[in-house]
Design a protein around this ligand. Structure first.
Ligand code: ADP
Length: 425
């Protein structure tokens, strides 16, 4: 993650596509891709003024019933149902949609300057975003054991763009990269050191692009240099993590080696005594069953027995459902504990940021977390808390610790990094 370069046109020498102008090449539009094993989310961003031009989702790749949903900003969404056997076909459909006469946003592919790809795991090798070359592809492949569900899909997306648009520069932006500044005492687990050396077992953390964005954005909103701030960022979605950002750098984060540690999530357990895993494995026989329990059947869903969706759980809680209330309380208590722990870890706290689906929308969660934090210097103002999905300050003017909602924008970070790396060449 880097700061955006200066505004204005920059001429560079590049081998990529892009708009030719007399004597040079200007950087214009970035295609941002987030590929899952059966899905592909995309955005086209005009980097001359950072505006979103179009976005969409390709669903059920390789499965019966595949389709692409495309939105040109300012127009109604369009949907096309068609056979999409693989990511190569998916990327071709995205390109067709972007070039379409009615709902397209590109006249010509030369308007496209680069593609930026979300890659879930960069291991210890990728500490920042990189221009993709064969070495980088190999590096992402080597990390597959750490993210067996995600990195292969991310790679398929990059390769599909390389096939469809040869010559277009590609940039990989890693979810783990922002957390590579954590000190060893925060990222090591207390198991034999060999498991770090041989098996690469340590805390990596995830949602780094989101934590980076909201931490830097809140500093702008507060009109303070991020280097001088101690911030706790709460990314609360289906998957959730909390990060301690000291001076603009991640110094600790609640997700760890995999994606189950930390606070209660939609279907993931959060912190669990390892003895519980051992007990369950001995009782039920295999790792797969227990993996399903902690990844897919736990969390808010497993406790409430209602849903992984916080809206359903809050609705049930308000109707008096006790298990829904327990799930809600466990979530908020967990968030509060992390905020306290990270304030102690950083030796102070200037701001708390809420982001992602729950953080941006749930006034109930935000209030329950913050109303107990007065001892830390948080003066929460409930009258400012009825906001959904937009930037807002929730703390009183005299609150020593500020509380904000900052909607995340991972795609913009990816597009900015892509622009910067491609311009640097
Ligand atoms: P993902 O991790 O899949 O990107 P999101 O950031 O989209 O997840 O967040 C999804 C979560 O946000 C769901 O649990 C959903 O219930 C929750 N959410 C969305 N809107 C609201 C709302 N108005 N109130 C409470 N929770 C909400």
């Amino acid at each position: 993650m880097r700061s955006p370069p200066g505004v204005g046109w920059v001429r560079i020498v590049s081998a990529g596509l892009g708009s030719q102008v007399e004597g040079g090449w200007i950087f214009v539009k970035v295609l941002v891709l987030n590929c899952g094993s059966s899905s592909l989310k995309y955005q086209l961003i005009d980097m001359s003024d950072e505006t979103l031009l179009a976005k969409g989702l390709v669903e059920r790749i390789g499965i019966h019933g595949s389709r692409i949903k495309h939105v040109k900003v300012g127009m109604d969404p369009v949907v096309k149902e068609t056979d999409i056997p693989n990511h190569d076909v998916a990327v071709k459909l995205v390109i067709d949609a972007l070039l379409d006469l009615h709902h397209g946003v590109l006249k010509d592919l030369s308007e496209l300057s680069a593609a930026g790809h979300r890659v879930v795991h960069g291991g210890e090798r990728f500490t920042s975003s990189v221009l993709v070359d064969q070495e980088v592809l190999k590096g992402i492949e080597e990390v597959i054991p750490l993210a067996p569900l995600h990195n292969p899909a991310n790679l398929m997306g990059i390769k599909a763009v390389m096939n469809a648009l040869p010559g277009l520069p590609n940039v990989a932006v890693f979810d783990t990269a922002f957390h590579q500044t954590m000190p060893p005492h925060a990222y090591m687990y207390g198991i034999p050191y060999e498991h770090y050396q041989v098996d690469r077992v340590r805390r990596y953390g995830f949602h780094g692009t989101s934590h980076f964005y909201v931490a830097h954005r809140v500093a702008q909103v507060m009109n303070r240099p991020v280097e001088q701030l101690k911030i706790v960022t709460c990314h609360l979605g289906n998957g959730s993590s909390i990060t301690a950002v000291d001076g603009g750098k991640s110094v600790d984060t609640s997700l760890g080696y995999g994606t189950t540690e930390g606070i209660l999530m939609g279907t993931r357990s959060g912190n669990l005594d390892p003895s519980v895993m051992i007990y369950l494995m001995e009782k039920y026989g295999d790792a797969k069953t227990v993996s399903d329990v902690v990844h897919k059947k736990s969390g808010v869903c497993g406790i409430s027995g209602i849903s992984s969706d916080m809206r359903d759980v809050e609705e049930a809680m308000e109707k008096g459902n006790e298990r829904a209330k327990l799930a809600f309380d466990m979530l908020c208590y967990g968030i509060r504990k992390y905020i306290g722990a990270y304030a102690a870890a950083m030796g102070g706290l200037d701001a708390i940021v809420f982001t992602a689906g729950i953080g941006e929308n749930s006034d109930l969660v935000r209030e329950e977390v913050c109303k107990h934090l007065e001892f830390l210097g948080v003066k929460f103002d409930p009258s400012k808390n009825k906001v959904r999905g937009k930037e807002a300050e929730l703390s009183a003017p005299d609150s020593r610790v500020k509380v904000f909602v900052i909607p995340t924008n991972e795609e913009l970070v990816i597009a900015r990094d892509t622009k910067e790396l491609v311009l640097r060449g």
